[in-house]
Design a protein around this ligand. Structure first.
Ligand code: ZN
Length: 245
């Protein structure tokens, strides 16, 4: 059983104008849209949601310490996330917790902390996107065709200032003339991280069956393979006999 926590800043859901535009796609907020996608994995997962406006920003120790995979959607309130909470999340990732960062989460404190770079990119308003699978043997690509149409999505373009990913599983092509490393994997400590570009709040990317499958695959892939590790740096006594070997 993979214990998944879907965290959403839950800010656009309260903003006049954006609230109405996103309601058709996210009638119960982005966190519930994403939780519903992951619950399609059935008995393999238990899923809860967390939002910034909750006590301890939705991630008290009791929640974080019982999370195997953390899914992150944020945009307008990145700066409001406590640095101390970011440090706790970072430590848990280093011990093996999985992290999935979606769309505008590229600028979240936790993603930037884990990357160590600015995570800046070039962006434009909605344009037509096609996603290409560039690592079809990767577990996150299971069941996904070599390319598929996403339709209108906010356009993210290179240069995306991230460290070299372990794998670029998907690349996005936008008909306005941009390309983007849309699905990237990283390993930090014992933890696995997946960044995925689709998911603007007023578009329907999360209704796309392939996007849904990719998120589900990513939950299974980022889930810790073993018990979470303790982060230690032990000195091991070496006997004279061992040294002579
Ligand atoms: Zn966006």
């Amino acid at each position: 059983m993979i214990r998944v926590t879907v965290w959403n800043e839950n800010v656009h859901e309260q903003q006049e104008g954006i609230r109405e535009a996103m309601a058709p796609f996210h009638p119960n907020g982005l966190h519930n849209t994403l939780a519903d996608i992951i619950r399609e994995l059935g008995d393999k997962v238990s899923v809860r949601t967390a939002t910034l406006d909750q006590p301890e920003q939705g991630l008290p120790d009791e929640v974080l310490n019982n999370t195997d995979v953390l899914v992150w959607w944020g945009h307008a309130a990145h700066a409001s996330v406590d640095d101390a909470l970011v440090s706790k999340i970072q430590e848990r990732i280093l011990k093996g917790m999985g992290l999935i960062v979606l769309h505008s989460g590229h600028h979240s404190k936790i993603f930037r902390r884990m990357m160590g770079t600015s995570c800046n990119l070039r962006w434009r308003d909605d344009t037509y996107e096609r996603l290409f699978c560039t690592d079809p043997g990767h577990p996150i690509a299971k069941g996904i065709p070599l390319n598929f149409e996403l339709g209108l999505e906010e356009c993210y373009g290179e240069f995306f200032d991230i460290p070299k990913p372990d794998s670029v599983v998907f690349e996005g092509w936008f008909d306005i003339g941009e390309v983007f490393r849309s699905g990237c994997t990283f390993t930090r400590g014992y933890g696995k991280i997946f960044y995925f570009q689709p998911g603007h709040e007023t578009n329907g990317a999360f209704n796309n069956p392939y996007v849904r499958r990719i998120i589900q695959n990513a939950v299974e892939w980022t889930a810790p393979a073993n018990e979470l590790a303790e982060l230690t740096c032990p000195h091991i006594d070496t006997t004279l006999e061992e040294k002579r070997k």
